[in-house]
Design a binder for this molecule. Structure first.
Ligand code: TXA
Ligand code: MG
Length: 342
């Protein structure tokens, strides 16, 4: 069914209207500091069903539940280990999601049928005031069509969601630009990194101790079809533009030679920071620091599609700090296709 979509601003009226729609069980796209989210009442099965429909998302991929007050974690998680409290104290409000045993009040459709739930307290003031106005938690996956890159501005959302949802709140560009760090915390306090993000592996280790943190298989390498993903999102192809993405590892001079041999009119190259690209094909600069690269990656993937690029050659980014998250998203966009030059 086609729905007309209103673009709302972040005035009190805009926020009130968004909260009204959400209270009526509708779906509204809202800004967060990471990426835009496709929000609905996390406790209302019918409202959550509309999210899955609008995105075309597989039913077994669970949604993150967004709260505005730390204490609400006790309403939606059955067990909150001490290390979860430590992580929340350090990184909330902010770009980190914790997967914990779910309380019965969370409907099974929200948790994709799992007995755990991902909970996040975002820092974006617009997101927070909408959640507070609603008085219920918001289930919100990234506001893109399933499989395409996450939206980092309202225009990206509109392209995927116009005529599919009643409203989009335009809160400008997202400051982080990549989805939240997702960790599971088990009853013994062991923390497992399921999706890297702006809160880094080092940040997590400092918060709960190095020995308590592991990285899930599937974060940096492709899972075999027989392997069970610890996070259902890992098994789906993600963040993919229409263009074929290839990651190239190696010295810059070898990279330049390789691209010169392989590029044509339908190719673009993505480089970093100070690297001057003297190539006879289009190029984008992702930026110098990993933080900068995080804010630009998804916009560049979408832009490449807009101008009809068929093949995108990426220089492999450094994987330190936030770079691990950039590389993780890139690996998925590339379907794990990496070419190493010698
Ligand atoms: O930054 C973000 O996290 C954004 C904003 C809107 O908050 N949301 C987001 O949601 O990226 P989504 O649905 O696109 O990605 C959530 C990821 C998925 O890969 C999902 O499989 C995983 O988190 N996830 C959610 N709940 C889980 C659970 N109970 N167990 C394991 N993985 C879970
Ligand atoms: Mg997503």
């Amino acid at each position: 069914m086609e729905i007309s979509t209103r673009l709302l601003d972040t005035s009190n009226q805009g926020i009130d209207y968004a909260a009204k729609l959400l209270t009526q069980g509708e779906v509204v796209a809202i800004p967060t500091e990471t990426v835009y989210g496709l929000a609905a009442n996390a406790l209302d099965e019918n409202a959550v069903k509309k999210i899955f429909e609008a995105k075309g998302r597989p039913a077994d991929n669970p949604l993150i539940v967004h709260i505005a007050e730390f204490e609400d974690i006790y309403k939606y998680a059955k067990i909150v280990p001490e290390n979860a409290v430590k992580l929340a104290n350090m990184f909330w409000c902010g770009p980190m999601t914790m997967v914990l045993p779910k309380a019965d009040i969370i409907p099974s459709i929200t948790s994709g049928g799992l007995d755990t739930v991902g909970i996040r307290m975002p820092s974006n003031p617009i997101a927070r005031s909408i959640i507070k106005k609603c008085g219920f938690p918001l289930a919100a996956p990234s506001a893109n069509l399933s499989g395409s890159p996450s939206p980092t501005n309202a225009d990206h959302v509109a392209r995927d969601m116009v005529n599919r949802i009643p409203a989009i709140v335009d809160g400008g560009d997202c400051s982080v630009g990549l989805e939240s760090t997702v960790v599971s915390v088990d009853e013994y306090g062991k923390v497992c990194l399921l999706r890297p993000g702006y809160v880094t592996l080092d940040n997590l280790k400092k918060a709960v101790g190095e020995d308590n943190v592991t990285i899930a298989k599937g974060v940096m390498e492709e899972l075999d079809s027989s392997e069970k993903a610890l996070s259902p999102g890992m098994k789906y192809k993600h963040y993919s533009p229409k263009a074929d993405v290839v990651i190239i590892k190696g010295e810059y001079s070898a990279f330049v030679d390789y691209v010169k041999q392989n590029c044509d009119n339908n190719t673009a190259v993505v480089i970093f920071g100070e690297e001057e690209c003297v190539l006879p094909c289009r190029h984008f600069n992702l930026g110098m620091t990993a933080e900068e690269q995080a804010t630009r990656l998804f916009a560049i993937l979408r832009m490449a599609d807009d101008i009809g690029i068929e093949k995108l050659y990426f220089r492999a980014p450094c994987t330190d700090g936030v770079g691990l998250a950039v590389y993780n998203r890139l690996l998925r966009a590339a379907g794990f296709e990496v070419t190493t030059l010698d």
